[in-house]
Design a protein around this ligand. Sequence first.
Ligand code: CO
Length: 136
Amino acid sequence: MRIVSDVDHVGIAVRDLDAAVEHYRRTLGIEPGHRETLEVQGVEAVFLDVGRSAIELMAPLRPDSPVGRFLERRGEGFHHVAYRVDDLAAALARLDREGVRLVDRSPREGSRGTRIAFVHPSSFDGVLVELVEVPR
Ligand code: CO
């Protein structure tokens, strides 16, 4: 049984959020949507809607944040893929049963009123996976 429905968004780490937003607008014609600062995670993000999916451009608020350390280590670029799920708690339980390494063992608050959980990249060929449950 498939537990994911869509690619909700693709996360891309950038150093200059405003410059990146303007670049996507000018080159691809994508207007910026929801903008959010997540103080606890030390990140500011802008969502650019593309059909049923989105691009999440994310920049660190400080160098010692997770995204700040990511930029230091890997530079700008692809950060994570986020899949939409109907039931996040059930999805996490199934992945746990399958031996998948979870970053978040239970759902936490995401942006835009969603609930999210991250799955460790070591379980998905080096790709950080985010699961997103969208409120109905
Ligand atoms: Co994300």
